[in-house]
Ligand binder design. Structure first.
Ligand SMILES: Cc1cc2nc3c(=O)[nH]c(=O)nc-3n(C[C@H](O)[C@H](O)[C@H](O)COP(=O)(O)O)c2cc1C
Length: 223
């Protein structure tokens, strides 16, 4: 069992959000013996998507930066933990840049079969919007979102300690989910509908997007 934590705070080891990401990883390690790795997104160089469409066509990106290696690492794990501080009611720019580079992965539902969860710290509010957004992105990519932990710490620094405990428990649940011990029928249905939708889209664009067509055929989603 492999789990990757991706934290998007500019504050490196001082990041409060990092404490939550690490707690999830610790929980997954304790419950499932997960092999874990941590990525500080601010240490990577991730360019903005240029919407050239080459990835739809060939599966390759024309930009030369750290994204392809990061995506290979994501494809190599069973569980993904996303961490972000609330930056103006959304995720920090590097996290959004990473998401925007995954349009091909969304068309191909490349995170199918993986499990994920999200954590956020905020100064004052709307941490739930941010974790909700990150979990929706995971679901849109084909992964199953097993939970979230969001906490506002500006006026209650003690809240972080409780959130760390919740994050640890969520890590345990992540490991159990990967082992197949939790069922998510509602998300299974959402994934079925998304696969159907993207199958139709990819079939319609078969000549322009040969890589995506071949992916869907290889997965057995297009007969
Ligand atoms: C650019 C910026 C934007 C922020 N926007 C919000 C916000 O909209 N709402 C909020 O509650 N806190 C906001 N904060 C506060 C951070 O979310 C909060 O300090 C968070 O715990 C930082 O996490 P970190 O230690 O992992 O970097 C913002 C902080 C920065 C630097």
């Amino acid at each position: 069992m492999k789990v990757i934590g991706i934290n998007a705070s500019p504050r490196g080891n001082e990041s409060n959000t990092l404490k939550l990401v690490n707690a999830v990883l610790e929980g997954a390690k304790a419950e499932g013996g997960a092999e874990t790795e941590l990525v500080d997104l601010y240490k990577l160089h991730i360019e903005y998507c240029t919407a050239c469409g080459t990835c739809y066509q060939s599966g390759e990106c024309t930009l030369l930066d750290d994204f392809p290696d990061l995506f290979d690492r994501i494809m190599n794990v069973d569980g993904i933990v996303l961490g972000a501080p609330n930056f103006i009611d959304s995720v920090p720019a590097p996290m959004k840049a990473m998401f925007d580079r995954m349009a091909d992965a969304i068309h191909c539902q490349m995170l199918t079969g993986k499990y994920g969860c999200s954590v956020c710290t905020a100064g004052g509010s709307n941490q739930d919007w941010v974790v909700g957004y990150m979990n929706r992105v995971l679901t849109t990519l084909g992964a199953t979102a097993i939970g979230d932990v969001g906490v506002a710490i500006g006026r209650d620094p003690g809240a972080l300690g409780l959130a760390i405990q919740d994050a640890y428990k969520m890590g345990e649940k992540l490991a159990r989910s990967i082992r197949g011990e939790h069922k998510y029928p509602e998300q299974d249905e959402i994934h079925r509908q998304k696969r159907d939708y993207f199958c139709q889209l990819v079939k319609y664009n078969k000549d322009r997007w040969p890589h995506e067509y071949e992916w869907h055929v290889k997965m057995g989603w297009i007969q």
